[in-house]
Design a protein around this ligand. Sequence first.
Ligand code: 5GP
Length: 119
Amino acid sequence: MAYDPENIFARILRRDIPCDTVYEDDFALAFHDINPQAPVHVLVIPKGPYVSMDDFCEKAADDEIAGFFRAVGRVARDLGLSEDGFRMLANSGANAHQEVPHLHIHLFGGKPLGPMLVR
Ligand code: 5GP
């Protein structure tokens, strides 16, 4: 799947539309999800144009991958999620119901999150 530069997270990165920013550095932007599914629900996205996790892992440079995952860990720590625990999730493709075709990691926390999947 080709990257769509008009997807909503590309527009957030270009500041075409606003977001509630939690953290930003050269590799990542983190912001609150517009429709939170937990007391804390933050999205962390890479700055580069990657559709999904497998696109990112195939095409991104090593420093982008390292920088992105360091940012994910830092955001979880900064939000105070590390002590009580949190869940990170990246939907990839149709079976996972990925809605926005720009890689994003969901960070959920702030309460016990229940089982991983509903059967
Ligand atoms: P997906 O299903 O692709 O893994 O998750 C997409 C997420 O993006 C959803 O949780 C949805 O609420 C969130 N989202 C969609 N549009 C916007 C937006 O314009 N701003 C923010 N902050 N979150 C959005």
